[in-house]
Design a protein around this ligand. Structure first.
Ligand code: C5P
Length: 240
């Protein structure tokens, strides 16, 4: 598949046109950023790992009936996706307290939550992606009330599938961020990526962090952590 013109470049991915108008090619970059782009690094091999991890998870979500934009993996760092208009809302699901929830509510990192919670953040770099509630979403006219409920239901369904998928390979999924888009027929599709860049993933037995917090908190080798996630998902060396 020939890559067409570059359409968009983000912090972790580039989006190219493909040879059909309804599909785009996503290229995963090695660049790693945190704290809204303030901390930066080039992690050789990260693009390949995140492309494979996202492809594997999106394929399983498709099989489980969660409609998403992923069509197929094309190469080491590329995948073909359906074109969607991204809704500017980051949907975060949390099973265990960590990160900004720990700060906001004073919960100790690692405290299991009584039930999974869903949060919405407004995707706006200038505003620093603020936490928003359903009234803010309606005021900003981002989606309808019915779609807010759909986003919540889909996010919790994805959580159930990821809990099972990661649970099988001895990984706890602490929290994660999802993005959704609408295709040309107005269908709501899960989009973007699901990778250690967008999830907190801890070893079930040791609580070792195997995600972007390794980079955020300078805990060790990012590529080793991400490779452990890929290998475990593929069923290679469940306890390495
Ligand atoms: O920082 P916070 O605790 O709110 O992050 C919750 C989850 O969402 C984490 O897994 C984090 O990696 C992810 N996230 C993300 N992109 C953002 C903000 C958070 O992938 N812009």
């Amino acid at each position: 598949m020939q890559k067409g013109p570059l359409r968009y470049e983000g912090k972790a991915k580039r989006l190219y046109e493909s040879n059909t108008p309804d599909e785009l090619i996503v290229e995963y970059k090695d660049d790693l950023t945190a704290f809204n782009g303030e901390k930066k690094s080039d992690q050789h091999g990260k693009g390949t790992l995140n492309n494979q991890i996202t492809s594997l998870l999106f394929e399983r979500l498709n099989e489980a009936g969660v409609c998403n934009h992923w069509v197929k993996q094309l190469g080491e760092t590329e995948q073909l996706v359906k074109h969607t208009d991204i809704i500017p809302i980051e949907v975060v699901v949390r099973n265990v307290a960590a990160g900004s929830l720990s700060k906001r509510l004073g919960f100790e990192e690692g405290k299991a939550l009584m039930f999974p919670i869903v949060e919405f953040y407004y995707k706006d770099d200038d505003l620093g992606d603020p936490l928003i509630n359903e009234d803010h979403i309606k005021l900003l006219n981002l989606v309808t009330e019915e779609e807010i409920q759909q986003l919540k239901d889909l996010a919790l369904k994805v959580n159930d599938i990821l809990l099972e998928e990661f649970g099988r390979c001895d990984i706890k999924i602490i929290d994660f961020k999802l993005e959704f888009g609408e295709d040309s027929n107005g269908n709501l599709l899960l989009a973007d990526e699901i990778s250690p860049d967008t999830c907190r993933l801890w070893d079930r037995h040791t609580n070792e962090k195997l995600d972007k917090d390794v980079f955020r908190q300078d805990l060790g080798q990012v590529d080793e952590a991400y490779r452990t996630i890929l290998n475990r998902l593929k069923g290679v060396g469940a306890h390495d």
